[in-house]
Design a protein around this ligand. Sequence first.
Ligand code: AMP
Ligand code: MN
Ligand code: MN
Length: 328
Amino acid sequence: MRDEKKEICRIFSEAFYFVVTSHQNIDGDGLGSALALYFLLWRMGKRARVVYDGRVPYFYRFLPGSAQVLSFEAFSAEKEPFEVLVVVDCSNPARVGRVEGFLKEARYVVNIDHHPDNAFFGHANFVVPGSPASALLVYELARELRVPLDADIATGILTGVVTDTGGFQFAELNQNLFTVVGELVASGASLSTIMHHVFRFRRLEALKLLSRALHRLTFDPVCGCASTHLMQEDFSECGAQEEDAEGVVDYGLYIPEARVSVFFKEIAPNTYKVSLRSRDDFDVLPVAHHFGGGGHQRAAGFKITGSFPSVYREVLDVLRTMVLESSK
Ligand code: AMP
Ligand code: MN
Ligand code: MN
């Protein structure tokens, strides 16, 4: 079988013009990995750009290189050539938004990801579902390419790891991960700065929004499901934006008996983005697949349309059934 990591190293060495992108509703793993790849390619003497179809949330703007991220509009206007499109932390091409249209223009599409349901849409696919973060695959590539880590690359990678492990709570900080983190810190990444921005750096508007979600949190002790929601008027009344709801879903799992947490975010009238989180013993991925979404075993999501009461009932019914099924 072809070694995908080596194939990517070959493409990285041969080509010159690179574009790096990640999924919409970007998180610290998508952005941290994309920016680490961007610096890595520059260090290799390549011309690289990062494009993202969306707005970079303010709490990730501490990341080196984040000011260089091109919007879809700016990227389209530039008309600069590119040979390779690197898609990182993204299970399928539809999730890069309008950047998807550029996939067919690339000589090579490189897919670097850790989602179990990755669609293997690249010419080269470095996909490791067991990896706690896509950023760790970028780390492996840097090693394989013998590009020395610097503070810019290390900060992107460590931000990816910190975000997707929930600050080392969802993946055990074992000896192996500890050694990698040690190297990233030795290369100039600041763990306290990253932790601060990822978890404890939120606008007042975001905290007001969180208080509404917490106020509405309900818990069903029979199946261990915690649930809450935020409607469009919550956002407007709090002066909040979509990114201000980041992390809201995590609170349901604070409840000691909770097995799964579900959060409904109204993104347009009667359209909801649903986030799912669970503890080790329950796999939320089949639930997300049931509703046409995707993700990981412990973090997944999907979109659904309908009135809130009907959407809520439908999702909770499926969740209850699947949770109770899994404990048989
Ligand atoms: P979120 O709840 O948006 O933080 O997403 C949690 C995980 O589920 C992430 O790994 C996402 O990539 C994935 N995910 C969320 N929404 C979707 C979707 N509509 N389709 C596929 N994967 C999704
Ligand atoms: Mn992600
Ligand atoms: Mn990820």
